[in-house]
Design a protein around this ligand. Structure first.
Ligand code: HEM
Length: 149
């Protein structure tokens, strides 16, 4: 008996619950910019790379991860950070040139990292990964919008 009462209560509550949810404002996913998409690709590969860069057994896989990051960094270099739109027009060219130069540093480090991994020099690879993490931090401080830190 109790079970049937519970079932009835549940049946009654279902449409109401669904109706309420339909009236709630939609929680919008924040839109990723094209640059944000490339950064996300870099980020997931870099997270794995940081975990395995010290391990010679993973070098083949690490080389693949670096290749993914390099492709995304090369694409990212051609895209303008959202922050550029917030700057006075006269400052944008200099901002974009500095951004591209920083991304070139990232690409050069990635090439060094590829060489280190291919030659089995894991201590050098670990050092380069730490330098890349520092470039990431500096790059975000300088070129990303403030609220996204
Ligand atoms: C391994 C290095 C790096 C990783 C893993 C990385 C990762 C990320 C991630 C996860 C985001 C957030 C994406 C989003 O949700 O919008 C982001 C945003 C951003 N990153 Fe990086 N980043 C790296 C290096 C750099 C460097 C060196 C620079 C600058 C030269 C840079 C500039 C930016 C900018 C400007 C944004 C904001 C995107 C926009 O303005 O649309 N990042 N990055």
């Amino acid at each position: 008996m109790m079970f049937r009462v519970l079932l009835a209560a549940l049946a009654c509550s279902l449409p109401v619950g669904t109706g309420l949810r339909a009236e709630e404002p939609e929680v919008k996913q924040e839109e990723l910019t094209e640059l944000g998409e490339q950064m996300e690709l870099m980020s997931s590969a870099f997270r794995r790379l940081r975990r395995q860069a010290a391990e010679p057994a993973y070098n083949e896989s690490s080389v693949e991860l670096v290749a993914v990051i390099r492709t995304a960094a090369t694409a990212a270099k051609t895209l303008a950070p959202g922050k550029a739109a917030e700057l006075p027009e006269g400052e944008r060219a200099e901002f974009f040139a500095a951004y591209r130069a920083r991304m070139d540093e990232v690409i050069a480090k990635l090439d060094g990292l590829l060489a280190a991994l291919r030659s089995g020099d894991n201590p050098a690879a670990v050092k380069l990964v730490a330098e890349l993490a520092a470039l990431q931090k500096a790059g975000h401080r300088e070129f990303r919008k403030r609220e996204r830190d």
